[in-house]
Design a protein around this ligand. Structure first.
Ligand SMILES: C[S@@+](CC[C@H](N)C(=O)[O-])C[C@H]1O[C@@H](n2cnc3c(N)ncnc32)[C@H](O)[C@@H]1O
Length: 246
């Protein structure tokens, strides 16, 4: 997508609406992560407005975060419990924090927001540097099948109301693995575009990234309810741990 800048996707308008965009699986996600966090601390890469970090911190574990969007972090700060979370501004590929964590996690397919394989590998390598010896790295990413591509593209009608229609429009390039997407709002007043580009990775590619970083797959599930990972899985939860020899 020519002239695309990742900052375009998480500006003040998106940030303001973000706390209302719950997915419905937050309780299960928090329970899953709480179980792995032990005595903590935990670190969320791309913490956003704290959809998961705030309820996780409310269970008593220390949660830190990293994000690149000041607008998202400003909204996080304004949410209940948001002012208790230490957030480092920066690129999560760098994991720009000090110290080690029992749990590092990245949810909502955000690993895909790094747009090159090099950046994604770098992220795994930097996570490995900040994991406690008994720590785990949890990644939630959607499968390729979940995109429902036909001829490497799709148009999904997300909502059709009297005064507004939302479309999700995308083209996928199998060579770069980049999905160029825009959420499109159509109203009487005009058209609004909310672009985002993501680089999609398969579980096997992710497992190799982990190996390069000295991590190994410990568990893989088809959802936060720990359902099995099968050919029908659309939402993959991968749990990596340091390889004893690394
Ligand atoms: C879809 S939101 C997810 C937020 C939160 N993790 C959640 O599950 O609700 C994606 C977040 O990733 C952040 N982000 C995207 N690319 C980033 C990067 N390279 N480094 C740090 N944060 C990034 C955005 O600013 C945004 O807050």
């Amino acid at each position: 997508m020519k002239n695309y800048e990742p900052a375009m996707s998480f500006g003040p308008e998106v940030a303001a609406g973000d706390p209302h965009r719950l997915r419905g699986d937050e309780d299960q996600t928090v329970a899953f992560l709480r179980d792995l966090a032990g005595d903590g601390p935990a670190l969320e890469l791309a913490i956003g407005t704290g959809r998961i970090a705030r309820p996780l911190a409310a269970t008593g574990v220390r949660v830190d975060g990293i994000d690149i969007s000041q607008a998202m972090v400003d909204v996080l700060r304004a949410q209940p419990g948001g002012d208790t979370i230490a957030v480092t501004m920066g690129n999560f590929a760098d994991v720009p924090v000090t110290g080690t964590y029992r749990l590092i996690y990245i949810v909502y397919n955000t690993i895909h927001n790094l747009l090159t394989q090099d950046d994604q590998v770098r992220c795994f390598q930097n996570v490995a540097k900040h994991l406690a010896h008994d720590g785990v790295f949890v990644v939630e990413a959607i499968t390729h099948e979940a995109l429902h591509l036909t001829d490497n593209q799709y148009v999904h009608a997300q909502s059709v109301e009297v005064k507004q229609v939302w479309l999700d429009v995308a083209r996928y390039d199998p060579v770069t693995q980049l999905l160029e997407e825009s959420h499109v709002s159509l109203t009487e007043k005009g058209v609004r575009l909310f672009p985002i580009v993501t680089r999609h990775i398969w579980p096997a590619e992710m497992d190799l990234m982990a190996r390069i970083a000295g991590l190994r797959l410990r568990d893989r599930f088809g959802g936060w309810d720990r359902s099995p990972y099968t050919a029908h899985t659309r939402n993959i939860i991968s749990v990596y741990q340091p390889h004893p020899g690394s």
